[in-house]
Design a protein around this ligand. Structure first.
Ligand code: GDP
Ligand code: MG
Length: 437
């Protein structure tokens, strides 16, 4: 899917303006790509139509060229389809919640049960894992291993091999012993069959789960879509766990499964470790589908936050070691406008990692710092070296801040200047890269 989409984008990259004619071809390719990913044709039509409308109606933006703009529109539409924002499980700590994991064999149910248990434990829940995959002794054993690894108790099924009665007994035990989340790891088959579905429906009727999570392997493409449709038809799914996203899969499955079931993707599995489990973020997935990493979000930030030119000017100044207290103040003022120093720093190559510089900056502190700089004379601002003890006292009085704070500001400024210079020095960056290799 990603390759096809990229192909579509390549065609529009160089154009000077978005017109009905030059987006016709990319739109057609997007349509084909989605249809081939088994996305329902009505939805495809709706999707491409809405991209077209937006693309033609878009205002010319300074920060993006038409190609980028088109990609951004597709990206935004993808986010919309994928669910806008991350959705949580609907659990209440004060009752016995039941989560049922369903999906084909090998999709990652057992692993995800463990990951979910660890995740919920971290949130303060008391989970109980329940093996309801009784046909393969190895499956029961596997869940025990998982439980041990994440340090979550596993319900002892004794001699019982009936999944429905196991589920029922487990919920009762949870109530008796004070577990507030029961995670039922059910059986899967390589292919969907009626017997399995009936069993799952019986469990569902018996324990009335708060969440039925459909687990699907993101690498399986067409199969993912088919099994999603089948499970969705038979069971009131409440969400999807998309596993094995650490592989090559680029997330076409996410799109298709969301399209087909309409159910929110709630979690993604990103590796074999129990901590390789994350809440689903539609915007990240959209970027992934477009094969762009987080580039889009960077562009977006750049657009809404700093104008590009300012960042460039700043970078030049840093290179020439001409970064003054005035520039520092400008940066601080920008910061109050947009919330985070990290963002500006992130705009300057090599600066994205200076988290410490930004951590010390909360709003109130920023105001104080700006007040101090305002109390300096223009001369002082342009040449901090002339600020001696006497001047420091005057500045402190003028700004209503203690002298120590003035000292601290100057010290930070000097440090920052040094760090910036070092980081923007090409030979330093070269060395860093070599170190990484
Ligand atoms: P089940 O049959 O649905 O219970 O599937 P399992 O939980 O047994 O998982 C099947 C295989 O997929 C196992 O080898 C897991 O280690 C692996 N697996 C599950 N989730 C992930 C994931 O997110 N990433 C990777 N790389 N492997 C996974
Ligand atoms: Mg299993």
């Amino acid at each position: 899917l990603t390759d096809k989409l990229n192909n579509a984008f390549r065609k529009i990259k160089g154009v000077a303006r978005i017109t009905e004619r030059n987006i016709e071809e990319p739109l057609r390719e997007i349509r084909m790509a989605l249809l081939e990913a088994d996305v329902n044709y009505k939805i495809v039509k709706q999707f491409t139509e809405s991209i077209k409308q937006k693309a033609l109606g878009v205002e010319v933006s300074k920060a993006l060229n038409p190609g980028q703009q088109f990609i951004k529109i597709v990206h935004d539409e993808l986010v919309k389809v994928l669910g806008e924002k991350a959705e949580d499980l609907k659990l209440e700590p004060t009752k016995t919640n039941v989560i049922m994991m369903v999906g084909l064999q090998g999709s990652g149910k057992t692993t995800s049960s463990g990951k979910l248990a660890a995740y919920l434990k971290k949130q303060g829940f008391f989970p109980l894992l329940v093996p309801a995959d009784v046909y393969r002794p190895a499956a029961i054993e596997q869940l025990k291993v998982v439980g041990k690894a994440v340090n979550v108790p596993v319900f002892d099924i004794g001699e019982d091999r009936n999944p429905v009665s196991i589920a029922k007994k487990a919920v009762k035990e949870a109530k008796d012993k004070g577990f507030n989340v029961v995670i039922i790891d059910t059986a899967g088959r390589l292919h969907i069959d009626e017997e399995l579905m009936k069993e799952l429906k019986d469990i569902e009727k018996e324990v009335n789960p708060d969440e039925i999570l459909f687990t699907v392997d993101s690498m399986t493409g067409q199969d993912a879509v088919k099994s999603a449709a089948a499970f969705d038809k038979e069971l009131p799914l409440t969400g999807v766990v998309l596993t094995k996203l650490d592989g090559d899969a680029r997330g076409g499955a996410a799109l298709s499964v969301k399209f087909v079931t309409g159910k929110p993707i709630k979690f993604v599995g990103v590796g074999e470790k129990y901590t390789d489990f994350e809440k689903f973020h539609p915007d990240r997935m959209a970027s992934r589908i477009l094969g762009m990493g987080d580039v889009m979000s960077l562009i977006e930030k750049a657009e809404e936050v700093v104008d590009k030119k300012k960042a460039e000017e700043l970078q030049k100044k840093i290179k020439k070691d001409q970064f003054t207290l005035e520039d520092f103040r400008d940066q601080l003022l920008q910061l109050t406008k947009m919330g985070s120093m990290e963002k500006i720093l992130g705009m300057i190559p090599g600066m994205a990692n200076i988290k410490n510089a930004s951590k010390m900056m909360d709003d109130k502190k920023v105001k104080h710092l700006v007040a101090i700089i305002n109390s300096m004379t223009p001369q002082e601002r342009r040449n901090h070296q002339i600020i001696n003890g006497k001047r420091r006292k005057r500045i402190a009085r003028g700004s209503g801040r203690p002298v120590q704070e003035v000292n601290q500001l100057l010290k930070q400024f000097v440090q920052m200047k040094k760090m910036m210079k070092q980081l923007s020095n090409p030979s330093f960056l070269g060395k860093m890269k070599n170190l990484k290799k």
